[in-house]
Design a protein around this ligand. Structure first.
Ligand code: C2E
Ligand code: MG
Ligand code: MG
Ligand code: MG
Length: 287
């Protein structure tokens, strides 16, 4: 540590900071070229009806297989894309790939995650409208998922963009609900079409008697605003039962399927009996 100009403040110097910055810079450079070379791909995770386990929707999730390194988690590369000015292109690529894919899945809805940075681009809503025109997808089949940070920090602007997106006809979901600090007041004023219960809340089930009450209260809050609720991160039968009883109309998680290729979704659509058999088994309490 070194004394900062005698003003009594200490700044710590850690050699690993340089290393981390270097790694980040390299990641950002590689990410840029991956986007330019169309190497960002999309995987699809099933979302099912909580009563019938019928496949009702699909969430598109970005994937990056970094050359010479292997897969990088979106928890890592999405924030890098956001701070490196790459999120607009990356986000549009995911939207474009998944909307094109949706044309071969009639009857299903599609969720796509949107970063605040994309909302900031004044051309964003125009690009979205263009994609609908080009693919012929009806906008009401598409749900854009956003986390609460943006709505809380940019309430004014967020309302304007939401209004424009509503005019296009696309739906808006609040992602990761229950993971942060959303207040009822904020939730009300945006009129979300859907809320997604964060997987941390879902997976706390079974860890103490308060967890189920927290979860029930969170779902009840959304439902008191007349907003339907999807639970994500559902991994066990017990979680599925509790979430359904709590009032979630849709469930998503490894129990029903991991994020997978479009071809795997095609296969799932051809054999819906498997999901229904699972629903029946859970309803009759085994295993
Ligand atoms: P998210 O939107 O909340 O997506 C759900 C995450 O939970 C996904 O992680 C999914 O693979 C994971 N998940 C689903 N079911 C289960 C389960 O049963 N157990 C567990 N442990 N995990 C489950 P993933 O794909 O790693 O994505 C992480 C986050 O990265 C996403 O969270 C989203 O915030 C962001 N992200 C992914 N793709 C995009 C994208 O195209 N654009 C933007 N802006 N963000 C994206
Ligand atoms: Mg999401
Ligand atoms: Mg989420
Ligand atoms: Mg998340």
């Amino acid at each position: 540590a070194s004394k900062d100009g005698g003003r009594g403040r200490w700044t710590a110097y850690h050699p690993q900071m340089d290393e981390e910055r270097e790694t980040r810079n390299q990641l950002a450079l590689d990410l840029r070229s991956a986007i330019e070379n169309d190497e960002i791909t999309v995987v699809y995770q099933p979302v099912v009806d909580s009563a019938t386990f019928e496949l009702v929707s699909i969430e598109a999730l970005a994937r990056w297989n970094r050359r010479g390194h292997g897969p990088v988690s979106p928890e890592i590369f999405i924030p890098i894309a956001e701070t490196s000015g790459l999120i607009d292109r990356l986000g549009l690529s995911v939207l474009s790939q998944s909307l094109t894919q949706l044309t071969s899945w009639p009857g299903l809805k599609l969720s796509v995650n949107i970063s605040p940075g994309q909302f900031r681009d004044p051309a964003f809503t125009g690009h979205v409208a263009d994609l609908f025109r080009r693919t012929g997808i009806e906008p009401h089949r598409v749900v854009l998922e956003m986390t609460e940070t943006y709505f809380i920090q940019n309430a004014e602007r967020a309302r304007t963009v939401l209004e424009r997106l509503r005019k296009i006809g696309v739906q808006i979901a609040l992602d990761d609900f229950g993971a942060g600090f959303s207040s009822v007041g904020y939730l009300r004023q945006f009129g979300f079409d859907r809320m997604k219960i964060d997987k941390s809340l879902v997976q706390s089930l079974g860890q103490g008697h308060k967890a189920i009450e927290m979860l029930q209260a969170t779902v009840a809050l959304a439902r008191s605003l007349d907003v339907p609720v999807t639970a994500e991160g559902v991994e066990t039968d017990q979680q599925a039962v509790n979430l359904r009883l709590a009032g979630c109309d849709q469930l998503q998680g490894y129990l029903f399927g991991r994020p997978c290729s479009a071809a795997d979704i095609d296969a799932l659509r051809l054999r819906p009996m498997e999901l229904r058999a699972k629903a029946a088994a859970i309803a009759f309490g085994h295993p």
